[in-house]
Design a protein around this ligand. Structure first.
Ligand code: AMP
Ligand code: MG
Length: 520
């Protein structure tokens, strides 16, 4: 089944390739080459990811790089392959899936450790099933921007080096054009890889895979007392809890939390119909194809547990009994809410979690939901209010009305009073009084330091759907300047940048009409 790779005329990128995944053996993948695309052009590049890989930034702009990252030129030292995995999709066992359009070039040695480099949308593989092996420009831009945005927000994620486009037509609901995203992560191994070897009874390969993941990414599990695979499950649960807590705190909905889209490293991967919340709605469903609302914003922590349970089930052949898996999963139930509360406390300017903080947060979220308050703008405005809280008790109303024009460079959305975001102003004032008292009660409370910390925690710019949409529409017309401007802002999401006001403003009315589905 393995196609030979023609390495004649291959391009030397000057990188040290390791190809550790390829060393796992043929049961794990099919060797193959990307399928070329006609007339490629640049869409976007990330110099920061070039630095991560040790690629020369100037070279990244070259025609050779354009060809290489479109899949049109073999790369010396790389060993391209598509891996096989399975998974549960929307709660149902889907059987064998695999890299249907992503091709792993191999792993590049970097100062941050080996990094897998994948071309997504680089052509058919044996796992393409009914698909065409391609990705469209629209979804590739969204994945590129969101990868770099999440990284800048400090959320564990795969990265994106570049996107190239081609006029080659791709059929979705309508005819679109092809693109390739070069994405990068220490590993793209998914829960679904484990499910694949477990459910197909290939238990020797299951053990090989688990050992590979432990040796390279979770070495402490080898030293842990008890079963190392149970230790792995617990460690993956902990990382997943931290990741999902960060999603919740920033208002990120993944949209397709199928087990084949869950990273074994606790990274956010496979960006598809994701969305950052505009107005706060806990039940928000961002994926138009998710008619049952399985992946609604407020269900993400439970769905992550469901997925971890599926991973636990897949690992059972390597454990002594079922109880070992259940015990390994148990800590998630406390870890997840604790991690989330820690994040919410940071958003509120509180350093330590105390009794009553969960209630303080929940009552705020209820008010925000009832009044459909803009999730991102709320936290920025609240951050500014913190600066005006004195160490003395003072009625909160005293610091709310008639605030002067805010600091120079502060974005439109941030100007104005936080209480104006609410219809139930008195209820918000009452909440704000409790919040202020809780802040003032912190030993050594310092208002401006608190404000500064909150502004570093609560982003000004997130990849709202409509911002991506504007960049995509321009890109479809061959103008990539809006994409570059947005990327620039997303790379520094906590900073007020001159000329970026509109990116931090309220969404326009048409934003709520955007329908993002699984089609990508
Ligand atoms: P996703 O939900 O996008 O992560 O994709 C689920 C599965 O379908 C994965 O195995 C993908 O590789 C595969 N897939 C999605 N889109 C395509 C496509 N256009 N061509 C081939 N395979 C695809
Ligand atoms: Mg996927």
């Amino acid at each position: 089944m393995n196609r030979p790779v023609d390495m004649a005329a291959s391009l030397d990128l000057g990188l040290a390739w390791q190809n550790r995944f390829a060393s796992l053996g043929e049961a794990f993948y099919t060797l193959l080459s990307p399928t070329a695309l006609p007339a490629p052009h640049w869409v976007g590049t990330s110099p920061a990811v070039a630095d991560l890989l040790g690629l020369d930034r100037a070279w990244l702009a070259s025609p050779a790089a354009l060809d290489a990252f479109t899949g049109n030129l073999p790369i010396a030292g790389a060993q391209p392959l598509a891996s096989v995995y399975s998974g549960h999709q929307f709660g149902h066992w889907a059987g064998q899936l695999g890299d249907g359009r992503a091709i792993l070039l191999g792993e590049v040695d970097s100062p941050a450790g080996p990094q897998e480099v994948q071309l997504k949308g680089a052509g058919l593989t044996p796992y393409s099933r009914m698909g065409d092996g391609r990705a469209v420009l629209r979804s590739s831009i969204r994945e590129f921007l969101c990868s770099e945005a999440m990284h800048a927000l400090g959320i564990p994620t795969s990265r994106a080096l570049c996107v190239t486009g081609s006029p080659a037509p791709v059929r979705r609901e309508e005819i679109e054009t092809a693109a390739v995203v070069t994405r990068v992560a220490p590993s793209f191994i998914r829960f679904g890889h484990f499910e694949h070897f477990s459910h197909s009874g290939q238990h020797a390969q299951l053990r090989t895979l688990a050992d590979f993941v432990i040796d390279h990414f979770y070495p402490a599990c080898r030293e842990a007392t008890g079963n190392p695979y149970a230790a792995l499950l617990e460690a993956v649960s902990a990382r997943t809890a931290e990741m999902v807590a960060q999603w919740q705190a920033v208002g990120f909905c993944h949209g397709v939390m199928n087990t084949d889209n869950m990273s074994i490293l606790g990274l956010t991967i496979d960006y598809g119909p994701f969305q950052f919340l505009d107005a706060f709605n806990p039940g928000h469903v961002c994926n138009h194809s998710d008619t049952g609302g399985r992946y609604a914003y407020n269900r993400q922590p439970n769905i992550a547990y469901w997925n971890l349970f599926a991973l636990g089930q897949a690992l059972l052949p390597l454990m002594d009994d079922q109880q070992q898996a259940l015990d390994a999963l148990e800590p998630y139930k406390a870890h997840m809410p604790a991690a989330l509360q820690r994040r919410m406390n940071a958003k509120l300017g509180l350093d330590r979690v105390e009794d009553g903080d969960a209630e303080l947060t929940e009552s705020l979220m209820k008010l925000m939901a009832a009044d459909a308050v803009d999730f991102t703008i709320f936290w920025r405005r609240l951050s500014h209010v913190a600066a005006e809280i004195s160490v003395r008790a003072e009625p909160v109303e005293a610091l709310l009305p008639d605030r002067p024009e805010l600091v120079e460079g502060q974005a439109q959305g941030e100007q104005g009073q936080v209480r104006d975001l609410f219809l139930q102003r008195e209820a918000f004032d009452a909440w704000a009084t409790r919040w202020r008292e809780r802040l003032q009660g912190q030993p050594g409370f310092d208002a401006s330091a608190t404000q500064a910390r909150m502004l570093r925690t609560n982003p000004q710019v997130v990849l709202r759907n409509h911002l991506g949409e504007v960049a995509i529409q321009r890109a479809k017309q061959g103008d990539f300047s809006e994409l570059a401007r947005l990327q620039n802002a997303l790379e520094r999401p906590f900073e007020a940048i001159a000329g970026h006001d509109d990116l931090a403003a309220f969404p326009p009315d048409w934003a709520s009409q955007i329908e993002i589905s699984c089609s990508s």
